[in-house]
Write a protein that binds this ligand. Structure first.
Ligand code: HMG
Ligand code: MG
Length: 304
């Protein structure tokens, strides 16, 4: 069953975390802070800014405590961070983080490669993290990775996605972000998955997180909007990938999503032109091109 399109969509920009975690060039703290603060200035109200994981696993995020401490916070904006275990939660709390995200997977092989434990062990590990976070008034978002396929074991079962998502939701995650980590999903498959999930979890508590490896992200987002999804993860300039998913390219670009939503008359409260400028600045620093089609066209002065 399709729903009318939502009138408003919330964008979660994951560029400072999902984007920068996968860039080979080290990004100094002042550049990270400028990126995060500029995104807030452009109207993004949820910015995934850091990740309290092992620095041996993801060295790019080793400065997360310092980043979280130094962000000049704009009222009404959430600056969240990934947390895999109690050690990560401790660092998140110490550095003033008010929202975290735990991250599980719908693939056993990916779970082992990414967080060194099985799906069941990860869910057990999240229990005390969730309990302590919620007691301290910290909101928790939950990710399910590999919802449309896994780089190590191929197809993902929709029943596994639903099981992991439902478990995280029942534990107290206020929102479940469905990660197409390697971007192999296609629109009808996405709708099929959402049909299952919506029977178990309110649609308002679901978000979509597409990587654009196969150029399917916007089509998948359009399909998700038709199902009533109103929270979309994206990354300025299409930065990113996943260090534990070989070949995964960046997240869908925030610029591309905003351009499509604007064309559909869907409100986001975000200034697309400012996002284009931010995308240009960060990719100039990284020495890579803007990976957003709309970003490139608008920066070159093409009329929308
Ligand atoms: P492990 O090796 O099994 O953990 O890793 P451990 O508990 O045995 O600890 C090993 C060492 O790590 C110890 O240090 C710990 O202190 C340290 P040592 O004694 O060897 O010096 N350690 C930590 N240090 C800092 N912060 C921590 C922490 N925990 C342990 N929180 C672990 C298990 C989960 C830590 C590891 O596998 C890990 O950090 N994995 C993270 C991988 C990652 O960040 N992947 C990318 C994010 S997920 C993603 O991108 C997908 C997403 O975007 C959605 C999608 O697209 O699908 C979210
Ligand atoms: Mg991701």
């Amino acid at each position: 069953m399709t729903h009318p399109y939502p009138s408003t969509v919330k964008i979660v920009d994951v560029g400072p975390r999902d984007g920068l975690q996968n860039e080979s060039m080290p990004v100094p703290i002042p550049i990270k802070l400028k990126l995060i603060e500029s995104l807030a200035d452009a109207g993004i109200t949820h910015i995934e800014s850091a990740s309290f994981v092992s620095p041996k696993w993801v060295p790019q995020m080793a400065d997360s405590a310092e980043v979280m401490k130094r962000i000049f916070r704009k009222p009404g904006v959430t600056y969240s961070a990934l947390v895999p275990n109690l050690k990560g939660l401790e660092s998140a709390i110490e550095s003033g983080t008010t929202e975290i995200a735990v991250f599980g997977a719908a693939s056993e092989a990916f779970s082992q490669k990414n967080i060194n434990c099985s799906i069941a062990e990860s869910l057990k590990r999240f229990e005390p993290v969730m309990e302590q976070a919620l007691v301290q008034g910290i909101k928790v978002r939950g990710y399910v990775s590999c919802v449309s396929g896994c780089p190590y074991q191929g197809e993902t079962q929709v029943e596994t996605v639903t099981h992991v998502a439902k478990t995280l939701f029942n534990m107290g995650c206020y929102e479940i972000s469905l990660g197409d980590t390697i971007g192999t999903g296609t629109p009808l498959k996405t709708q099929h998955m959402l049909e299952h999930l919506i029977q178990q979890i309110p649609v308002s508590a679901l978000a979509v997180h597409f990587h654009d490896t196969y150029g399917q992200a916007l089509a998948n987002i359009f399909a998700a909007l038709q199902m009533g999804i109103s929270v979309i993860d994206s990354s300025v300039a299409g930065l990113g990938g996943c260090p534990y998913a070989q070949g995964a390219s960046g997240n869908v670009a925030t610029e591309d999503v905003l351009y499509m939503l604007r064309g559909m008359g869907i409100h986001t409260g975000i200034d697309l032109e400012k996002i284009v400028a931010i995308g240009h600045e960060i990719t100039s620093f990284l020495g890579c091109g803007i990976r957003s089609r709309a970003g490139k066209a608008l920066y070159n002065g093409d009329s929308p």
